[in-house]
Every structure is written in structure tokens, then in C-alpha cells.
Ligand binder design. Sequence first.
Ligand code: SF4
Ligand code: SF4
Length: 215
Amino acid sequence: MGSVKDYFSSLGSGISSLLKGMTVTGKEFVTPKITEKYPENRDTHVYPDRFRAILVLKYDAEGRHKCIACGTCERNCPNGTITVETKMVETPDGKKKKKLDRYIYDLGSCTFCQLCVTTCPTNALEFSNDFEQAVFTRSKLVKQLNYLPEVPDPEPTPEEKAAAEAARLAKIEAAKKAAAAKKAAAEAAKAAEQPQAPAKDEPKAPAADKTADSE
Ligand code: SF4
Ligand code: SF4
């Protein structure tokens, strides 16, 4: 008799447990989905603003970047991920200027610390959220970030040319004045060091008595 009672008791607790489980399953069945299907959702997926996938140089609408090849990002990178290669070019006003030649970035060694971005004086860098960077060899993770053809600097206007020429002449004039002042100061110092000649009416000191010395 006892075994029949136990049988129905365990049957009741089994049904109760089943109903509890079905309740949880039923709730999840009607809850909105939070998982997404990748890569089917590529075009609709929204990335968080702070997501960092790969470093890029910012280009404007005319295809220019703002890197001045100062090398600050390269020096601040803790992993040696960045190499800034430079070249010297001549500007329209005849001056020599350092410019970016190749900006090399190794995605494989980047830790996404963003030190390069925050220390760049011209705000030339940013992180893109283009995370699909899987490749078969590490060497393909080394990328040249200035990938667009270089856009030549705009020709200076006549006013800018005139201002540059005036600044150049003013610099030459200032250098001449500084050199003349330096020369005059040197001559004055030299003259002050020379011994003064005795005045004509000043009595001469008596000559030493050689005979007295010999005695
Ligand atoms: S990206 Fe910025 S910090 Fe790096 S070399 Fe260019 S200007 Fe300098
Ligand atoms: S994010 Fe950090 S590790 Fe990556 S290139 Fe910039 S400074 Fe180097």
C-alpha cells in the first residue's frame, strides 16, 4: 500500500517539475531575440562607437590626410606597431619640407590602447570598426595606411607669395643687423683691452742708474 502512495507522490512531483520547466521555456519562446545571425546581418548590424578594430588615417573629401610625419605616434606606441617613413620635398617657395612617405601599421601587434590616436597633434588617426581582418599569413596584417595617391599641395596665392617673400627679406635684414651689432660689440671690447698711450706733457720716469747697479 505504501508503494502505491509513493508512486503517486513521485508522479505528482514529476508533473509539477515538468510544468515549471515548460513555463520557463514558454517565456523564452515569446521573449524578443537578442542573438544575431552573422554574416547575414552585416548591413544592418550597429557597432558601438567605442569599438576599435583597426587603425586608419583620416582622409577628407579631397583625399588628403592630416599627418605631418612628426613621428609622435611611432614614439608613443608601446609595441613598435607603427613605422613612419618620411621624405623631403621642396615647397613652391623654395623651402625644404618633411612629408609622410609611408605610414606602416602592423595590426598583428596592436593592442588597441589608442595612445597613438590621443597623442597625435593633428588628429590624423582614428579607429575604424572594420573588424573583418582575418588573413592566412601574419605579413598580410602589416598595412600601409596612406594608401591613396598623394594630392599635391595647392599653389600659394599671389598674396601668400608676397607675404613669404617679405618674411624672407625681413629675416635677412634682421640677421644683417644682428651681425653688425655683434661686430661692433667685439670691436669695442677689443679697444677697451688695448693699453692707453702716455700723454705728451706727462714727466718721464728717470732712467735707472746702470753704474750704480754694477757697483
Ligand atoms: S599620425 Fe599624427 S602623430 Fe603620427 S606622424 Fe602623423 S601627425 Fe605625427
Ligand atoms: S593603438 Fe596602441 S598598440 Fe596600437 S598602434 Fe596605437 S599606440 Fe600602438
